[in-house]
Design a protein around this ligand. Structure first.
Ligand code: SF4
Length: 708
């Protein structure tokens, strides 16, 4: 790898927005502020940055919204007051201990974030599972990629992304589904665009109910009806089989389940599948032809498949296309799930979800639990999975959960059916909010507020969508008394009286995490901060200290992590069980991201340049639907679901199907009010396996707003 010469005031880091994981070079100015540019030597972005990355420095240069001191209130009726760290953590520990003693360890929970660094994830997971004795630690990654985690586990034996970004330049067919990477993973998409420009024969198939910017370079846009992804994937699988465009050697020697799958996909005629999906039969054949003729085939997806009550099955139906064609474990091929958050992958590595254990160990396996318990030296690890994101708020509502600690996420904008979450926080006996910004609406419900250091104000590591681990330097001092999240958790654990949290620095936490991965499939026991600082980013597994010991691709030997080493082709049903439209709620609402905003806007909302792209929340509606409702461009509409109401202006667009409307997910009280928050409407029904909510599909009515 080429090395950049860095001056005394120049340091390197990684963008903390999406899971692409672009490298940045940061220049520290004499006045203490920073500027940044893309890292030309970085293997991911090769110097490029998208609009969000280019403006990342503003989020830490502007400290006007920062939480500076711990605050606490002694009862719900008292005002918040500034307190010392010692007092805040001592009281929190006392309250947690009381609940644990009185109601058991499952009466408390931590709700964290895919934006936490791996070290932060590691310590909070260790604290909850290994010492408090409950698995009630979940993160907002549950809302993002838990369906992909479950599907990888079923199909490949473990949650393992087989491909790397360098496969992009080796592929000649891309199937992009349930994703708009041109806006949401822009630098990755720039690489696809450049590859297509240099090789016009490369085929790009985009599957989306909306015509997004990603469709700009598509050879084929399959504008399917929302929720019909499995039917479409099965239909493509059927044509691949009919045409003989499958890899019989791979299917026979390295996969199970083909016969059942084959029977299933032939149960529906192509005409019937085309009618269900709302796409032309000819286009399904064309998609299969592009895939069937490809030497390198990458499937790429994100929330459009994951955020569904059938999210795991949607994922499996897609991975099937790679398996039946043998496009896995070889250059230019494989299923690539794009992570929405910068370190969702790091959280998966440390087992930072309610149903996981560190390093892909299995929570249901007593030997694995005993192994981790022995390593940590704490209490017995509970066999029962903990509460997942939406379950935590249900449990606050019905009183099972007494206390919740929310770190680095804003559930009152991001959770589905968010009014329920509001009710839950009102009812909660004790709420701790660990945050960088004073803006998130969740703060209003806090009993204790803990100020956290932001990106560039702490050191640690993150892992991007291709298993690439990068080290992030501490470049700036955090303002006021804000502390790194890992230090806050370790101080709290010590106040609880637990041993094993006296880490001197983040490097020591990382070393412990790496040691715990030894002899597992994500083995990074050879990796240290020193190696990351010397070599730059590396991909796991990384078993020895040798330079270049990282792993670009998985399954090159076609031996998977299942018991018999075969991948599993899953014959999954295509029935949709979302909330269907009816005469009262005749439209399907789908949600998504816009180019220049990130999550609930606590960072991007601070940057004027980014706010110029799209200034307000909106409802995208087909002009024919709008005409029937008497709604014109820019007029305020009232959108209602069984759970709540929203009022935003209409944006008429022929790029969305009739009967479907779209709203962006970002807006809430940070840059608006709770009447432009789409999650007033969304459904909190979840996938039975992944527990990921149905954020992309619910029934709504739309009306023109009339002044009362
Ligand atoms: Fe940051 Fe993602 Fe943009 Fe790269 S593509 S600069 S990681 S937001």
């Amino acid at each position: 790898m080429v090395k950049t010469k860095l001056s005394a005031h120049t340091q390197k880091s990684t963008c903390c927005y999406c899971g692409v994981g672009c490298g940045v070079v940061i220049n520290k100015q004499k006045n203490g502020s920073i500027t940044l540019e893309g890292d030309k030597t970085h293997p991911v972005n090769k110097g490029m940055l998208c609009s969000k990355g280019l403006n990342l420095h503003y989020t830490v240069n502007d400290k006007t919204d920062r939480l500076l001191h711990p605050q606490m209130r002694y009862s719900k009726s008292m005002p918040m007051q500034r307190v010392s760290w010692d007092d805040a953590l001592a009281r929190t520990a006392a309250v947690f201990k009381t609940f644990i003693q009185k109601y058991g360890p499952d009466s408390v929970a931590f709700y964290a974030s895919g934006q936490c660094l791996t070290e932060e994830y590691y310590v909070v997971n260790k604290l909850m599972k290994g010492f408090i004795g409950s698995n009630n630690i979940d993160t907002n990654s549950r809302l993002c990629m838990s369906s992909a985690v479950a599907a990888y586990k079923i199909a490949l034996g473990e949650d393992s992304v087989p491909v790397c970004y360098d496969d992009i330049e080796l592929a000649d067919c891309f199937y992009v589904t349930g994703a708009n990477p041109a806006w949401c993973h822009p630098i990755l998409w720039r690489r696809v665009e450049a590859h297509k420009a240099a090789n016009p024969d490369v085929k790009i198939i985009v599957v989306d109910p909306r015509t997004t910017d990603t469709c700009g370079i598509a050879d084929l846009h399959l504008q399917l009806n929302p929720g019909t992804d499995i039917t479409l994937n099965h239909a493509i699988g059927r044509v691949l089989i009919e045409n003989g465009d499958i890899d019989l050697d791979f299917i026979t020697n390295h996969a199970d389940g083909f016969e059942q799958y084959s029977r299933l996909v032939f149960e529906r005629s192509l005409a019937e599948a085309a009618q269900i999906c709302g796409v032309a039969e000819h286009d399904i054949r064309l998609a299969a032809q592009y895939i069937g003729q490809a030497k390198g085939f990458i499937s790429m997806w994100t929330m459009g498949l994951n955020q569904s009550t059938i999210g795991v099955n949607k994922n499996l139906s897609l991975i099937n296309l790679n398996l039946i064609t043998g496009h896995i474990g070889k250059p230019g091929s494989g299923p690539l799930s794009l992570t929405g958050q910068p370190n969702a992958m790091g959280g998966r590595e440390v087992g930072g979800l309610a149903n996981l254990l560190p390093a892909h160990r299995n929570l249901a396996n007593p030997l694995h639990r005993a192994e981790v318990q022995k390593f940590w030296g704490g209490t017995e690890i509970a066999a029962k999975p903990g509460l997942t994101a939406t379950e935590m708020f249900e449990a606050l509502n019905d009183g099972r959960l007494k206390a919740i600690w929310i770190m680095c996420t804003n559930p009152l904008a991001s959770l589905p059916n968010v009014r329920l979450a509001e009710e839950a926080l009102k009812k909660a006996k004790f709420v701790v909010v660990q945050e960088v910004s004073n803006k998130p609406e969740t703060l209003a419900y806090a009993d204790v507020i803990l100020p956290a250091a932001a990106w560039a104000e702490k050191e640690g590591t993150m892992t991007n969508s291709e298993r690439r681990i990068s080290y992030l330097e501490k470049i700036l001092d955090a303002p006021g008394e804000a502390l790194p999240d890992s230090e806050i958790i370790c101080r709290f654990a010590q106040k609880m009286g637990y041993k094993g949290f006296d880490f001197k620095n983040a490097a020591e936490i990382y070393a412990e995490h790496a040691k715990l991965t030894a002899k597992t499939t994500i083995d990074i026991s050879g990796l240290s901060y020193e190696i990351l600082k010397q070599q730059g980013t590396v991909q796991w597994p990384y078993k020895t200290k040798k330079a270049g010991a990282g792993s670009q691709r998985l399954f090159t030997d076609k031996r998977f992590y299942t018991e018999n080493k075969n991948a599993l082709i899953s014959a999954v049903p295509d029935a949709l069980n979302s909330e269907l439209p009816d005469s009262n709620y005749p439209f399907i609402l789908t949600t998504g991201r816009i180019r220049d905003q990130w999550h609930t806007m606590s960072k991007t909302g601070k940057v004027n340049k980014l706010n110029q792209h799209i200034k307000q929340a909106f409802l995208e509606i087909n002009p024919l639907d709008a005409a029937q409702l008497g709604i014109r461009e820019g007029e305020v509409t009232v959108i209602t679901s069984r759970r709540g109401e929203v009022r935003v202006k209409a944006k008429l667009s022929a790029e969305i199907k009739q009967g479907v409307v779209f709203m962006p997910m970002h807006w809430g009280k940070i840059l608006g009010n709770d009447l432009n928050r789409v999650n007033n409407l969304t459904n909190d029904a979840v996938d039975p396996i992944s527990k990921e909510p149905d954020l992309k599909y619910c029934a709504v009515s739309v009306q023109k707003y009339k002044k009362p």
